[in-house]
Write a protein that binds this ligand. Structure first.
Ligand code: HPA
Length: 292
């Protein structure tokens, strides 16, 4: 499955592949999206609020691999949300499914070529602080991308300047103004929202107790298996990024360092339970999204 669409020694292929996907999507819906939404595990409900939707199955889009995980649909929903033209990915691609990092970010690159200048991405994550609760929302302020730091990075290989620069900065990867807006919307609506650092692991196994202690010690507040490749590609392409984690399980139930064992079904259920609040938050942000 992996590796058939993208050759790492020829990044022209990445641009060609993203352009072909973008052309196909434009043929289904000519409205250019301003915001790309990536809806994580159990968090796809927001797509149902999109007005005048045009739904495109990933399976129909050139070079989009089919998603493989329970709880991840696999459809692009184009339309307007709170008056904002959006393209929402219901279902995303993960490293643990066997896709290359370039394949993981390929749909986002297509949405960028269609005109999206902002990425709003959500995910399910494990909370690393005993003070957190399942269902809490966390606005990602920074990340630690263990796979991307160690070579599983979507920007590896020759750089294609049409996407962005060779050495993009990640200093303010999570747009401060968008984060401030998210916190403001959350406060106005009584939605608890904290900021924090998201650590990405490749998965698919959940972490060992020693790995969790390590992640906590290096300053992570949440751990998950997605998002960082897309954020890196988005910043490479000059997009603004807002990322919200839904903490589906709290790993340390106490500060003594005894981790609770996560369960995929519980993770999906907790994300679904928090979906309405997260949807309200994102809708509120979209309503007041400043022009970049
Ligand atoms: N670890 C990694 N990824 C996750 C978790 C977790 O505990 N919960 C949801 N996604």
């Amino acid at each position: 499955m992996a590796g058939d669409t993208t050759a790492r020694d020829d990044t022209t292929a990445d641009h060609t592949v993203a352009s072909e996907a973008a052309e196909f999507i434009r043929g289904r819906d000519a409205r250019p999206p301003r915001v790309a939404l990536i809806l994580g595990t159990g968090l796809g409900g927001l797509a149902e609020r999109i007005e005048s939707p045009v739904i495109v199955d990933y399976a129909d889009i050139p070079h989009f691999p089919p998603t493989t995980v329970a709880g991840h649909a696999g459809r692009l929903v184009l339309g307007t949300l709170e008056g904002m033209p959006v393209a929402a990915m219901r279902g995303r691609f993960h490293l643990y499914e066997g896709y290359t990092p370039a394949q993981v970010v390929h749909p986002l690159r297509a949405l960028r070529l269609l005109g999206a200048d902002t990425l709003i991405v959500t995910n399910a994550a494990g909370g690393l602080d005993a003070a957190q609760h399942a269902g809490d929302l966390l606005a990602i302020a920074d990340h630690i991308g263990l796979p991307t730091m160690a070579g599983r990075n979507p920007l590896l290989g020759p750089n294609d300047e049409r996407f962005g620069p060779r050495f993009p900065a990640m200093t303010a990867a999570y747009d401060p103004a968008l984060r401030a807006l998210a916190h403001q919307v959350a406060a106005e609506r009584g939605i608890p929202l904290r900021g924090g650092v998201y650590a990405m692991v490749s998965g698919p196994n959940y972490e060992t107790p020693a790995e969790l202690r390590f992640l906590k010690a290096v300053g992570a507040h949440a751990v998950g298996m997605s998002t960082v490749p897309e954020v890196i590609a988005a910043r490479h392409m000059g997009m603004r990024v807002l990322a919200i984690s839904c903490l589906t399980n709290v790993v340390f139930s106490d500060d003594a360092g005894t981790p609770a064992e996560p369960d995929h079904a519980e993770v999906v259920a907790a994300a679904e339970a928090a979906g309405a609040r997260l949807g309200e938050l994102i809708a509120g942000v979209l309503r007041r999204l400043p022009t970049p």
